[in-house]
Design a protein. Structure first.
Lengths: 296, 332, 233
């Protein structure tokens, strides 16, 4: 197995993208205690919006605006129609419900676009390579890492320095006491859903640049792998969850590219076996070193 | 336990009624009925674990798959094996068993696999159990995709003798229903349901939650394996037929019918099957009350998905509310 | 603002926790709610705060609070210091206090309010940057009260603030309650330490089996027989 600079760059890019998805999933889990299986479908919807925009001949940036509009709308609809009525149900019911929504949306996409998918041609300009000290690396790999880092930094500032951020952190720790203190549950959830949606839109753009062919199961694979990473890292705490997403993305990206096909085909099985192992041995996650007791 | 035999009546009668109805239609339509009977078997298997324990499992279709693979590999005629399973391990190439034996072995495969998987996993609950069992599904899918020493890998499982007609389907479903009923009425079933209602209280009186869950999981794996055997003798399966789509639709059937009762499992399977089959037919063009309908393909899954989401949101206990139905013999 | 509770009835599933309870707390009054475990004291506070379902009437200044969501009750000027403190262990002391601002209706004067709380509980100022989980039980209790005061409530509810605290710390808590009462806030205190509560309160209601059994005044604090009798009735 030979690891090239491009492999490493790919790993970093995928890790960055998965880290963002992990944050998106983790934010909603924190305030709602709900794992959104359908998160990947938000990304898929955004990717299809980009593909449609390029099919209609729209300029790149208009397409990106459409992508954001579609994802944010869908995200808020999900909250209204699915999350809100399900509040207070058991985690199992919520999991099955979001699974149903994910399945539903995937089939809607199949119906609308067919299984062959569409190509978003407008974004391919970002996929061209740069040459750094003799090594060719695709632009998107660097851009993905930078964008992810900026997003995470901004989010951290929001959470630690603003009032709404404080309210969100408190809600994730103890939602009942937070409400008792006057924190508005609906507003906190709304903001979490909004940010989560924005992150999904960003991920949609970056994934589409990497893989311009958008198919209905576009992000389902990624959601499952990210979820595995988040659980392995530590679902209950934001930093371990993000780290988990990054690590699994990095590992998948590097190994997926560096391993010859006959060895990489069992990669998913190994990843999931590792997930089960972590769930059994360290149920709070590999990176969770906190002392507080949390409910999973 | 036999005082409640009348609760077995409704599910069993529904199975028999379905089979009888199937004899009245054309041969091509009969496949839908037989498919429904196999789905009933799968959903009943799901109910045995999920319904009694309250713990979610996304992984049961793995046991269906293993059952299907076992029955399939052992019943494909020796001459055909190299064609669809070129990489098959040597000791499997020359093994061949009869129909009933293949079903029994399928059930055994499902049961053993469930036991092996259950030993570590039954300690988990809630979200962790959901994710872990999902991982089991993914691992099984991945392995069956590429391991061509034990099956057709990415190829379709054709040439399996098509022995699952209405009679075999109905018998299989009845076996599952009776086993599920006996288990549910037994001490094991009642102990497990106690843990579903109040975990802490059950532990406090000495119930071993882990052991009861393991028993139910293994039994449900056995039934799922049997269902897999029935399935492979009905349709030409491939890895994708025993993966996410099947997981989703069987879970939907259980949820819609009512996950805490045996009747719910059967009713759910029938209701969703009916809708799904009718919509699939409509996708090929049909007429309803004089209107010509030609639904785009994929509508069936969407409708079922919406139905499942709506039931979960509005009535999480399903159509039957988790209750059984007692059929009373009226005295003359 | 006067807190008026009328014919309050609280049921949890099959348990009838509070039966036909009625009492008032006027501004500047400290009213005690005492009684044995399971008497319905906490349930009363939870119902007022919107954390438990109840029927009857709970009003502040003629505004009906019963049936409203907790965050709405908080924003109406009622603050609860819950049993077990329930502070956010992973956030800093200052962040915990800032959370109390969520229920505050006025927007100006935040600095003065914080200064007031720091003056009342100097230890909170000293540890303001420290993680709240590292504070001692007594310090956390002061934080919980301080956090409620930041919202500048007109009605303050406390659920067993002296639970698990050393006598010297209990002194600090009761002294703080006295100061809070002087500021014109209506204080409802649920406690198990009957004698101390009866002595400090303008009047104390004894609950038993969800019902109001007896009302005691500060003069009854030394009468052990009466107290024991009230508890065991």
């Amino acid at each position: 197995m030979t690891v090239t600079w491009q492999n490493l760059a790919d790993g970093l890019a995928l890790g960055a993208i998965y880290a963002l998805m992990a944050v998106g999933i983790g934010l909603v889990f924190g305030v709602l205690r709900l794992v959104n299986f359908a998160y990947g479908q938000l990304v898929m919807a955004g990717a299809f919006a980009l593909a449609l925009a390029s099919q209609w001949g729209w300029p790149l940036w208009t397409g990106i605006v459409l992508c954001f509009a579609v994802v944010l709308t869908l995200s808020m609809l999900m909250d209204r129609l699915v999350f809100r009525p399900l509040r207070g149900q058991s985690p199992a019911v919520m999991l099955v419900a979001t699974f149903a929504v994910a399945f539903l949306l995937e089939n809607v996409a199949l119906l609308w676009f067919g299984s062959l998918g569409k190509i978003a041609t407008s974004v391919t300009s970002l996929n061209r390579p740069w040459t750094l000290s003799g090594v060719e690396i695709r632009k998107i790999s660097i851009v993905a890492v930078i964008v992810a880092a900026v997003c995470l930094l901004l989010l951290n500032q929001l959470l630690t320095r603003t009032e709404i951020g404080l309210h969100m952190r408190a809600s994730s720790l103890d939602s009942v006491t937070a409400r008792m203190l006057g924190v508005r549950a609906d507003r906190v959830i709304g903001v979490a859903v909004l940010i989560s949606g924005a992150l999904a839109a960003i991920v949609a753009v970056m994934l589409t640049v990497q893989t311009p062919l958008v198919t209905p199961d576009f992000a389902l694979r990624d959601t499952i792998v990210v979820l595995a990473g988040v659980v392995v890292g530590g679902l209950n705490r934001p930093i371990p969850a993000t780290l988990g997403g990054f690590v699994i993305g990095f590992a998948t990206g590097v190994l997926g590219g560096a391993l010859p096909t006959n060895q990489s085909q069992y990669l998913p099985a190994l990843v999931f076996a590792a997930v089960i192992l972590v769930l059994l041995v360290r149920p709070r996650g590999l990176f969770d070193f906190s002392r507080t007791v949390e409910r999973v | 336990m036999f005082r409640r035999v009348d609760e077995l009546g409704a599910p069993a009668l529904l199975v028999i009624a379905t089979a009888l109805l199937g004899t009245l239609v054309s041969v091509s339509t009969q496949t839908y009925f037989t498919d429904t009977l196999v789905k009933i078997s799968i959903v009943v298997a799901l109910y045995v674990f999920i319904g009694n324990s309250g713990v979610l499992s996304f992984g049961h279709v793995s046991f269906v798959a293993l059952g299907a693979w076992t029955a399939g590999v052992l019943s494909v005629p020796a001459g055909e094996k190299p064609a669809i399973m070129p990489g098959l391990a040597h000791f499997l190439l020359h093994r061949h068993v009869g129909n009933v034996a293949s079903l029994a072995l399928a059930a055994l495969a499902g049961g053993v696999a469930a036991l092996v998987v259950g030993i570590p996993l039954m300690r988990l609950s809630g979200l962790a159990a959901g994710i872990a069992t999902f991982a089991v599904l993914e691992i099984t899918y991945n392995v069956l995709q590429y391991e061509d020493r034990i099956g057709p890998g990415l190829n379709t499982f054709s040439s399996v003798p098509e022995t699952t007609g209405l009679r075999q389907g109905a018998l299989g479903a009845l076996v599952c229903v009776v086993v599920a009923f006996v288990y549910g009425r037994s001490r094991y079933g009642r102990l497990l349901r106690a843990t579903r209602e109040d975990d802490a209280a059950a532990r406090a009186v000495g119930v071993s939650v882990y052991r009861q869950r393991l028993v139910a999981f293994t039994l449900s794996g056995l039934l799922a394996g049997l269902a897999g055997g029935l399935y492979v003798h009905l349709l030409a399966l491939n890895v994708d037929s025993v993966y996410l789509d099947l997981t989703f639709i069987t879970l939907a059937m259980l949820v819609v019918g009512g996950s805490s009762s045996l009747l719910g499992a059967v009713v759910g399977a029938l209701a969703v099957s009916a809708i799904d089959s009718w919509l699939s037919v409509a996708e090929n063009g049909t007429s309803l009350f004089g209107w010509h309908l030609d639904l785009p393909s994929g509508t069936a899954e969407i409708v079922v998905g919406v139905l499942m989401a709506v039931v979960l949101i509005l009535k999480p206990s399903g159509l039957t509310g988790g209750r059984e139905l007692r059929l009373r013999w009226r005295s003359a | 603002m006067t807190l008026v509770v009328e014919h309050l009835d609280v049921r949890y599933g099959g348990v009838h926790a509070v039966r036909d309870l009625s009492f008032t707390v006027a501004p500047g009054e400290l009213v005690g709610l005492i009684g044995p475990n399971g008497a319905g004291k906490s349930s009363t506070l939870h119902a007022i705060m919107g954390l438990a379902p109840g029927t009857g009437s709970v009003r502040v200044d003629e505004r009906e609070l019963l049936g409203r969501r907790p965050e709405e009750v908080a924003r109406s000027g009622v603050a609860l210091v819950p049993e077990g403190r329930r502070i956010f262990a992973e956030l800093s002391v200052e962040e915990n206090l800032r959370l109390g601002l969520a229920a505050r209706r006025a927007h100006a004067g935040v600095k003065q309010v914080f200064d007031g709380v720091y003056e009342q509980f100097p230890v909170l100022h000293e540890f303001r940057a420290r993680q709240a989980g590292l504070l001692s039980g007594g310090q956390q209790q002061q934080l919980a009260i301080g956090r409620a005061l930041v919202a500048e409530p007109e009605v303050l509810l406390l659920d067993e603030p002296s639970l698990g605290l050393a006598p010297s710390v209990v002194d600090v808590v009761f002294a703080a309650l006295e100061a809070i009462k002087e500021r014109g806030i209506a204080v409802l205190l649920v406690e198990q330490r009957a004698q101390r509560t009866v002595a400090a309160s303008d009047r104390s209601h004894v609950l038993g089996g969800g019902e109001l059994r007896l009302t005691l005044g500060p003069q009854d604090a030394g009468d052990t027989e009466k107290l024991v009798g009230a508890y065991l009735s």
